[in-house]
Write a protein that binds this ligand. Structure first.
Ligand SMILES: [Zn+2]
Length: 813
């Protein structure tokens, strides 16, 4: 602790990192966000919403849900038992981190005082030896849920056959990140001292011959590197390295799901839980850079290649699977079923920033830009208080893909994503600039004034742009003194015809346009080298660089190995991925067809979705006809940026559109059933309620080639399906086509069925006038005295030992 004080004495709050302290670190030094003053524009609005809405909202939710009281309870300041899940502590830390970033650029005495009060509770909740984990401190003998009777062992251990996941180290990691942010923003050591006491405890418990289990949810490793930077204490860097070295060595859970199936240096693919594996590889990149660890460098390069070539969603999202929140196999890139957790998108940005700092290659910033503008910003509403945990590339407007919601939720039990947004957004300006020797890299384009440390001095640059809506960027040198240095402007892959730095996606046609560069009005020839265009000269005050990135509308197709995107095309303009929404297309999108030769135009809409450029064209739609066939008609298509989708209620959406009619799903005719919302007592995973009224006529009851609805795996039970109508309708008959896969599976036509109806206040039994009886390979036809109803329910009794289902359910007046 003695050496610490000298380091602190010299630590300027804006220094941002070890580079300024002369510690070993990445070869490229990022200009801290505190030195980048964002001026209005796209990011000005997003930062302001995060500062004035999201951070306060997240603190309020942490209070309402008991997350903050848990610290007061652990400190015995108030009585009561632990509420929530033990990893909830980390949510509070993440909002403190975001609030500190906000304080660093916008002094706010009220927020400063609030943090002081909160940090006092956290400090009081810390046990004398530094341990901090409220669930155990409140209940030392019998901690709840994922905590175990003994400290640490359940983090990634396997106690009595019960898997770990206590998240003790994960909580600690977010504590350290918050502490470093708070110290740098305020100069106060209150939270930093808490973090150091905790890290010293972890360092005393872990080590060769001591505890050697890995972390269950990586995070502490990369935060220990931050703690090393702010304290100069190499113990924390070495501890991060040791924790990584614990992985895949037969201790703790040996599973790919935990990226713990092999020693990290031997890993070549990104596998398992997406957020865990990417946080892990962030820390590996830190170690590769700071310690010059060659095997780590090889491993992170291999894992990055795997990510960019096989597993990157077009939106930059990662994690194909809902199950285990996991990475998929190579080319497993589903659309409606995609998970793409907001946290995994943030992790991908953090990792790619590190890869850039390690290599100086702009391709990593291309991936960072792709995920930030698309798969991360989609995670928060323009209002700043609604969130996506899950970011699919298609939706039908009904599917509750987002943790039980079909749109953005206000909060959720596992709140990792909202609080990650709160801390990530204010750090975005920190990706804009970086330096190496006499080079200044411009990584992101946003309106700002930056004071960039260079050598012993600094260079002040003003950047003015309407990015991402326009590709025109103007840079003006504001520094008084002239000096020689090289300006390196990122040449985004999309501006020169490379959709991604791999063969996973490509543009359908070349655009021909190339970025144009002028200095003080004179055209300058440039060459793309490692993703940048460089201009070296003696710069003086008032020099102006104009950088014009052409933004034609681009059609993207996926590698043919991506089965989910076969025959489909997506639209991009500049860094933005576009989508079509039901709100612009009469409620549906799956019937749309975008032929390759349809002309598209872009149009600025200042009053739509906070002001966006939309893409428009005369596309086609397919429509179901009376006889079951389909016809094609011209229709207007409007595409909006994916980042702002779902601001007009739960909504059908598609990023990828059919290039030919055979890939589209014809729009059902306007029928009674077509207007209804379908519900069921149970729906088999993978089946869809949309099958009931999609107007696809089955070939037979065992037809497995079309969408179906089943109650699988419920057997022999009483079940139901129901149509809710938007307003009362008159119904006089119903037709049901049962699913029955005798000879293949265990679904049969039901033993019995009946209809009930709801008149707006109570349910009634339907008096049947006639019925054909329950049969196979045909529609069962039921008629009755017409009634006016708001809901119609079909109740069935399944045969003993069997399940059942329905392929189509029509209703008629
Ligand atoms: Zn999350």
């Amino acid at each position: 602790m003695k050496g610490l004080l000298t380091v602190f004495a010299g630590a300027a709050i804006t220094a941002g990192s070890a580079w300024a302290e002369g510690l070993q670190d990445y070869p490229i030094c990022p200009t801290p966000f505190t030195a980048v003053r964002v001026e209005d524009g796209f990011w000005g609005a997003r930062l302001e919403t995060n500062r004035t809405v999201t951070i306060g909202y997240a603190f309020k939710k942490c209070e309402e849900t008991g997350r903050i009281d848990n610290f007061a309870k652990a400190a015995r300041l108030i009585p009561g038992s632990f509420r929530g899940t033990p990893f909830d502590d980390s949510d509070v830390y993440k909002v403190i981190e975001g609030a500190s970033y906000s304080l660093a650029t916008h002094p706010d005495p009220q927020l400063d005082a609030y943090l002081d009060g909160l940090i006092a509770k956290i400090a009081a909740a810390q046990e004398p030896d530094g341990y901090l984990y409220t669930a155990r401190t409140i209940h030392p003998d019998n901690p709840p849920g994922i905590a175990s009777p003994k400290r640490w062992l359940n983090d990634c251990g396997d106690l009595q056959g019960k898997y770990g996941d206590s998240h003790e180290l994960y909580n600690a990691g977010h504590l350290y990140e918050a502490a470093v942010a708070h110290y740098r923003a305020t100069g106060k050591r209150t939270l930093l001292d808490v973090a150091i006491r905790n890290a010293d405890l972890v360092a005393s418990v872990w080590g060769p011959g001591k505890l050697e289990i890995p972390s269950g949810h990586p995070e502490i490793e990369l935060s220990l590197v931050k703690l090393y930077r702010v304290t100069g204490n190499r113990t924390y860097l070495n501890l991060a390295h040791f924790l990584l070295e614990c992985r895949g060595r037969g201790k703790g859970i040996s599973q790919a799901q935990y990226a713990n199936h092999k020693p990290v240096a031997a890993q070549t693919e990104l596998v398992g839980h997406a957020v865990r594996s990417v946080y892990m590889v962030c820390a590996m990149t830190d170690i590769a850079a700071i310690l010059g660890d060659a095997p780590y460098r090889q491993a992170v390069d291999a894992m990055w290649f795997d990510m960019a070539s096989h597993k990157l969603a077009l939106t930059g999202g990662l994690g194909a699977r809902h199950g285990g929140e996991a990475m998929g196999d190579a080319y497993e890139l589903p659309n409606a079923e995609a998970y793409n957790e907001t946290c995994a998108g943030i992790a991908n940005a953090l990792w790619n920033h590190r890869m850039f700092l390690l290599t100086g290659d702009g391709k990593y910033l291309d991936v960072l830009e792709r995920v930030v503008y698309n798969g991360v910003l989609s995670g928060v509403s323009l209002s700043g208080d609604r969130f996506f945990y899950v970011n699919p590339l298609a939706a039908d407007g009904n599917n509750t893909f987002n943790q039980g919601h079909s749109d953005r939720f206000p909060w959720t039990g596992c709140a990792c994503c909202p609080v990650n947004i709160a801390r990530f957004i204010p750090s975005v300006p920190g990706f804009a600039y970086a330096t190496r020797g006499r080079c200044i890299y411009v990584g992101l384009y946003l309106s700002c004034v930056a004071e960039i440390p260079l050598g012993n001095g600094k260079v002040t640059l003003r950047q003015t742009t309407d990015y991402p809506w326009s590709g025109h960027v103007r840079l003006e040198v504001l520094s008084e003194a002239s000096s020689e240095w090289e300006l390196k402007l990122r040449v985004p892959g999309w501006s020169v015809g490379d959709a991604v730095p791999s063969d996973l996606y490509r543009y359908l046609t070349p655009s021909g346009a190339v970025p144009q560069l002028t200095v003080n009005g004179d055209p300058v020839r440039w060459e793309k080298a490692s993703g940048f265009a460089g201009v070296r000269r003696t710069w003086k005050r008032g020099d102006v660089v104009e950088w014009e990135l052409p933004m034609p509308i681009r059609r993207v197709v996926a590698n043919e190995k991506v089965a989910a995107d076969a025959g489909l095309v997506a639209l991009e303009r500049g860094p933005l991925v576009y989508c079509v929404e039901g709100s612009d297309e009469d409620g549906h999108v799956s019937h749309l067809v975008l032929d390759d030769d349809v002309a598209l135009t872009s149009e600025w809409r200042p009053s739509l979705l906070g002001g966006v450029t939309v893409l428009r064209g005369r596309a086609a739609g397919t429509y179901r006809l009376e006889d079951g066939s389909a016809e094609r008609r011209t229709t207007e298509l409007t595409a909006v940026p994916y980042q702002v989708w779902c601001h007009r209620g739960a909504n059908a959406m598609a990023v990828w559109l059919p290039r030919t009619a055979d890939k589209s799903v014809p729009l059902p005719r306007p029928t009674l059933a077509g207007t209804a919302k379908a519900l069921a007592s149970h729906t088999a995973p993978g089946d869809t309620l949309g099958a009931l009224n999609d107007q696809i006529v089955p070939a037979r009851s065992g037809d497995t080639s079309i969408p179906r609805f089943t109650w699988w795996d419920h057997k022999g039970s009483a079940e139901w399906v129901q149509y809710d109508f938007p307003q009362p309708v008159r119904v006089g008959s119903a037709d049901v086509y049962w699913f029955d896969d005798e000879g293949r599976g265990l679904c049969r036509v039901p033993q019995s069925c009946k209809l009930t109806w709801y008149d707006g206040s109570q349910w009634h039994q339907m008096d049947k006038a006639s019925e054909t009886g329950i049969g196979k390979d045909r529609f069962d036809h039921l008629t009755f005295a017409p009634v006016t109803l708001s809901s119609l329910r079909l109740e069935v009794q399944l045969k003993p030992g069997f399940s059942g289902g329905i392929l189509e359910w029509r209703v008629s007046p």
